[in-house]
Design a protein. Sequence first.
Length: 246
Amino acid sequence: MSGHNKWASIKHKKAATDAKKGTVFTKIIREIIIATKDGGSRVENNARLRKAIEDAKEANMPQDNIKKAIQRGSGEISGVIYEEMLYEGYGPGGVALIVEVTTDNKNRTASDIRKIFSNHKGSLGETGCVGWMFDRRGYITVDKSANEETVIDIVLGAGVDDFKNEPDSDVYEIITVPSDLDKIKNALKKKGIKVTSAEVTMIPQIQISLACDDASCVLKLMNELEEHDDVKNIYANFNTRMMKNF
């Protein structure tokens, strides 16, 4: 899991830069629209929408923007129709990549993603070519300022798949089934435990190690993918434990 956490940290740092460009707002608005369309506008009954609104507030998105996005998702006001797509492929060193996108033009997005892969020594594959290497899981991180035994007691009571305390990480990592994510997050918060992140993600079953040159190329590939307005999430199966300089 250290590799997943390392990339999560990189993404967090990038978010501050992207926000200045407006990219974060664009992606969050799309997520609110789709979450509302799929699960309805009642926040208490729609965990995905709750998470999207939390992200919007963290990014200091104006309340009016949030409201309009919900209205577009519910059909109260007209707007662009977005679809969710998955692209799978390989990057330098044989690393497996899954790219989640939201798009209003599948042909344009497919062409753009294919070009980005090609520009960084990667290639898109057929649907399912790497998806079998990943498991969809709830992933929570907790600041290590919290007492480890206290955190373990709380999450064991709520039900978890795994708990990690990697020595080179500044957070505890908690893995659960996606449906239990909110329950465990809320159990921690009720006890005053600081949750630094909580998301449904794709966790690789096996991680591969990369040579420095390949690692540099993979990170450049992932950075360019993240800068694309249509890209929502990127998952990879490389181990970043030895990549302290990236």
